[in-house]
Design a protein around this ligand. Structure first.
Ligand code: ATP
Ligand code: MG
Length: 388
C-alpha cells in the first residue's frame, strides 16, 4: 500500500535531506514538503489528507501540543512521526498523548527514517485489510462407517492442495479419533486436549504449532490418544477454539463423531455448513432420518445442511430420489464407491487427491471443493456440478 506523506521541517536543508531519504520508500507521488512549524499542521492535513505526517523542529510547547492533539483527534487515522533530538521520557509520553506514533532521533539517518515509515506502512496495511473469517464445515456420519472421516479429511486436503486454501482439520471423535491417519502417516504427540488445556493462551500460532503440518497450508489437530485426556475437553472450550481457528484459516473442518453430546452440539452450532454422510441402504437411511430430525430440533435450517451419499452405486436398489423423498432433503453430492483406491489411500495415509488424482472419487472431491470455494452454493454452477 502506497503512502501519502507530508513533511513539515524548520529549514530547507532539513526538508531536502528528509525528501532524499524518502525517495527510497513507496510513497504516492508527489510527497508534500513545506518549511515551517506546528502552525502549518492544520492546513497541510486538511488540504492534503496525508496518511503520514513527518514533523521536524517542533518542540511540543503547550501551544504546539494543542494544535497536534486537535488534528490527531479530528483525523484519527493520521500517523505522526516526530523527528527531534533525543528527549527525556516525559517528553515521549507527552508526545504520545497528543497522538504522535513514533519519534525518530535527529540527526536523521536514512535507515532510521525508512524503518519508522515502514513500520507505519505495515500497521496501516494490516488495519485496512478486512479480516476474512474462515468457513466452518462439519462432517457427521449418520451411522458408523458412513465415510464421514474419509470425506472430512480428504476434502480438507483437497481444499488446501488444489484450491490453495489455508485449512485446519479438527478430529472431534474424542474417544477413537483416526482422522489424521487418513492424510498422514505416523503419530502425533499433541492433540485437541493439549490445546484446550491451555485455552487461555490460545492464539493462531499456538494452534498451528500444536498441529500436524500435513502441507504448509494444511494442519490437522488429532483427537487425544487416551480417554482420560478426552475427558479434559469441555464444551465451553469449543467456541474459543473454533473462533481462533476461523481467524487464521480459510476453512475449519470438523470431523464429528456420531453421538450427540454437549461437545458435538457445540461444534454443530458453530458450523456454517453440516455434511451428514450416509450410504444407500435402509439402515443408513433410517439413522439419517433420526439425525436430520435432531438437526431440526436443534433449530438448524435446511440450508445449513448438505447431505452426502457416499459409496454411491447407480445400480443400487435405493436411488437418490428415494433418499431425497424419505429425508425431505436434496442430496448435495453422491461420492462413487471405489474400494481399491480408498482402501489403498486409507491404509497408506495418502489422500486420494494425491494418490489417484484422476480417479472418479478424486474428481468428485474436487467438485465439492470447487463448489465451496466458488461460493455459489445455490447458484447455477452448482446445479451443473450436482445435477441430482
Ligand atoms: N467412497 C468410498 N468408497 C469405498 N470405500 C470407502 C468410501 N468411503 C469410505 N470408505 C471406506 O469406509 C471406511 C469407513 O470410513 P470412515 O472411517 O470415514 O467412516 P466414518 O463415517 O468416519 O465412521 P466412524 O463412525 O467409524 O467414525 C473407510 O476406512 C474406507 O475404507
Ligand atoms: Mg469417523
Amino acid at each position: 500500500m502506497k503512502l501519502k506523506i507530508a513533511t513539515i521541517a524548520q529549514d530547507q536543508q532539513c526538508l531536502d535531506d528528509i525528501q532524499k531519504f524518502l525517495a527510497h520508500t513507496q510513497t504516492s507521488h508527489p510527497p508534500v514538503a513545506i518549511t515551517g512549524g506546528a502552525q502549518q499542521i492544520p492546513a497541510v492535513v486538511e488540504q492534503v489528507h496525508p496518511d503520514l505526517l513527518l514533523l521536524e523542529g517542533v518542540q511540543l510547547n503547550p501551544g504546539e501540543q494543542q494544535i497536534l492533539s486537535r488534528v490527531t483527534s479530528r483525523f484519527p487515522d493520521l500517523g505522526v512521526i516526530m523527528l527531534c533530538p533525543p528527549q527525556p521520557q516525559e517528553f515521549l509520553l507527552e508526545a504520545m498523548r497528543v497522538g504522535v506514533r513514533e519519534i525518530v532521533p535527529t540527526p536523521v539517518s536514512q535507515h532510521g527514517l525508512i524503518d519508522a515509515v515502514g513500520r507505519f506502512q505495515q500497521r496501516m496495511t494490516m488495519a485496512r485489510t478486512p479480516m476474512q473469517e474462515g468457513k466452518i464445515l462439519a462432517f457427521i456420519p449418520c451411522k458408523g462407517g458412513s465415510g464421514a472421516t474419509f470425506l472430512a479429511s480428504n476434502i480438507a486436503y483437497t481444499l488446501a492442495s488444489l484450491e490453495n486454501k489455508r485449512v485446519i482439520l479438527f478430529d472431534f471423535n474424542l474417544q477413537f479419533g483416526d482422522a489424521s491417519l487418513f492424510v498422514h502417516e505416523g503419530v502425533s504427540t499433541t492433540s485437541i486436549a493439549d490445546v484446550t488445556r491451555q485455552i487461555q493462551r490460545l492464539d493462531g500460532s499456538f494452534l498451528s504449532s500444536s498441529s500436524i503440518h500435513v502441507l504448509p497450508n494444511f494442519d490437522v489437530l488429532p483427537a487425544p490418544d487416551e480417554p482420560d485426556k478426552a475427558a479434559e475437553i469441555k464444551p465451553e472450550h469449543i467456541k474459543s477454539l473454533i473462533q481462533v481457528a476461523k481467524k487464521h484459516y480459510d476453512y475449519v473442518i470438523l470431523d464429528i463423531g456420531r453421538s450427540f453430546d454437549a461437545i458435538s452440539i457445540q461444534c454443530l452450532d458453530q458450523a456454517d455448513l453440516i455434511f451428514p454422510v450416509l450410504q444407500q441402504t435402509l439402515p443408513f437411511i433410517r439413522d439419517a432420518k433420526r439425525v436430520i430430525n435432531t438437526f431440526d430440533s436443534l433449530g438448524y435450517s435446511a440450508d445449513k445442511i448438505r447431505l452426502i451419499v457416499n459409496r454411491f452405486g447407480k445400480k443400487d436398489d435405493i436411488t437418490l430420489n428415494d433418499v431425497t423423498s424419505t429425508l425431505q432433503l436434496e442430496v448435495f453430492k453422491a461420492i462413487p464407491n471405489d474400494y481399491s483406491i480408498v482402501a489403498e489411500s486409507v491404509n497408506q495415509g495418502i489422500p486420494v487427491t494425491k494418490l489417484a488424482r484422476r480417479s472418479a472419487i478424486a474428481k468428485s472431491l474436487q467438485e465439492i471443493t470447487q463448489a465451496l470455494t466458488r461460493n455459489n452454493a445455490h447458484g447455477g454452477l452448482l446445479k451443473k456440478l450436482f445435477p441430482f
